[in-house]
Design a binder for this molecule. Structure first.
Ligand code: NAG
Ligand code: NAG
Ligand code: NAG
Ligand code: NAG
Length: 327
């Protein structure tokens, strides 16, 4: 009977009924670029509270359950703040550790029960990015130089962690260029156009979900010096050829062409009555251009004026002969 009371009394004390130090709550890990922190809701029902954090490495369940071995995080014992910097324990070589974290409060008299986190694995849960893409067009070479830097140290992660490089020409759609590690020279683009690139994180050949892509970077692909001189040579040659062809065409076809033009421009045979009178009355005026054009080299004009005179002569003759016969 006494033993029963004693046990009840001991349990009463053990449960913290006297001090009632509650356990930390809502454990969450925030991890960006392998900088990781554990947060929890602070214990409010006691003063001078300190927190201690420990972690357990989660092994594959099929390996058989070995004894739970909770490890201390040296920086996170006797914490006053309700947060613990996990970076040194879960980055670099340790980024792949799959661990469960636990926190308890202590106020100098009593420990709170442990509070547990969900499994945490920085390698997959850390938000990565955005990568820093620098794009430079190499002058006189017509190349684009792409350089990508991580916002973290990746030395333990390559070659599993890569970038998928996308590109696009001005306003067209994004296309995959290649999967690269950090640096590439692109020389298959058309010169004289603006191109943009962006990079996404890739884990073992697949786009990594928890990642921020780079902001798109754009640059003009300059024409290389050799391509420029070749282009100038081509354009100049073409212009010379076209000019030459035009001149030759002019020399061969010119006279025939002007003949046809002259015929096309010939005035209609049936001139209005008043024009007849005008032309026959002003002989000197009509002949004037004929005499002046004979001195100049303007052949077609010369001929056109002659034609007018011919017709005039034809038109004139009957009237003059009639006049002669009548007089
Ligand atoms: C823990 O989170 C839940 C849900 O977000 C919230 O209702 C609760 O108040 C939090 N606990 C503390 C101690 O802040
Ligand atoms: C981490 O370990 C836990 C417990 O063994 C398991 O449920 C979880 O799937 C593991 N997480 C990853 C990302 O492998
Ligand atoms: C966490 O620790 C790492 C190195 O241990 C340090 O670089 C980083 O600034 C710390 N983060 C905060 C928020 O104090
Ligand atoms: C990206 O890298 C370039 C070159 O090293 C640097 O000048 C620039 O500040 C970086 N940008 C960011 C957002 O880190």
């Amino acid at each position: 009977m006494f033993l029963k009371y004693l046990i009840s009394f001991l349990l009463f004390i053990h449960r913290g009924a006297l001090t009632l130090l509650s356990q930390p709550e809502n454990l969450t890990v925030e991890s960006v670029n392998f900088q990781s922190e554990l947060y929890w809701s602070p214990v409010r029902n006691s003063e001078n509270v300190q927190y201690t954090v420990e972690y357990l490495v989660n092994h594959d369940s099929n390996k058989g359950s070995s004894e739970d071995l909770w490890l201390e995080i040296p920086e996170c014992s006797s914490l006053r703040a309700s947060r613990c910097n996990l970076t040194s324990s879960f980055s670099g070589l340790y980024a792949s550790i799959n661990a469960t974290l636990r926190v308890r409060a202590y106020d100098g008299k009593q420990d709170s029960p442990w509070s547990h986190s969900r499994p945490f694995q920085a390698l997959f849960q850390s938000l990565l990015g955005p990568p820093n893409v620098t794009l430079s067009a190499r002058r006189n070479e017509g190349w684009l130089e792409v350089r990508i830097r991580d916002p973290f140290d990746r030395s333990h992660l390559s070659p599993d962690l890569k970038f998928r490089l996308y590109y696009k020409k001005e306003d067209s759609d994004w296309m995959v260029y290649n999967d690269i590690s950090s640096f590439v020279l692109i020389d298959t683009f058309e010169e004289g156009f603006k191109y943009c690139v962006k990079a996404h994180y890739l884990w073992r050949g697949k786009l990594r979900p928890n990642s921020i892509p780079s902001t798109p970077k754009c640059a003009m692909i300059l024409e290389s010096e050799s391509a420029r001189s070749i282009r100038i040579m081509w354009v100049t040659g073409l212009m010379v050829c076209v000019t030459l062809a035009f001149v030759l065409f002019g020399i061969y076809m010119g006279p025939k062409f002007y003949d046809k033009l002259k015929q096309a421009l010939r005035p209609p045979l049936q001139l209005p009555e008043h024009l007849h009178e005008f032309l026959s009355g002003e002989e000197q005026f009509v002949q004037f251009p004929a005499s002046s054009s004979s001195s100049s080299e303007d052949e077609p004009f010369d001929e056109v004026s002659l034609v007018t005179i011919d017709k005039e002569v034809v038109l004139e003759e009957p009237s003059s002969t009639h006049g002669h016969t009548r007089s």
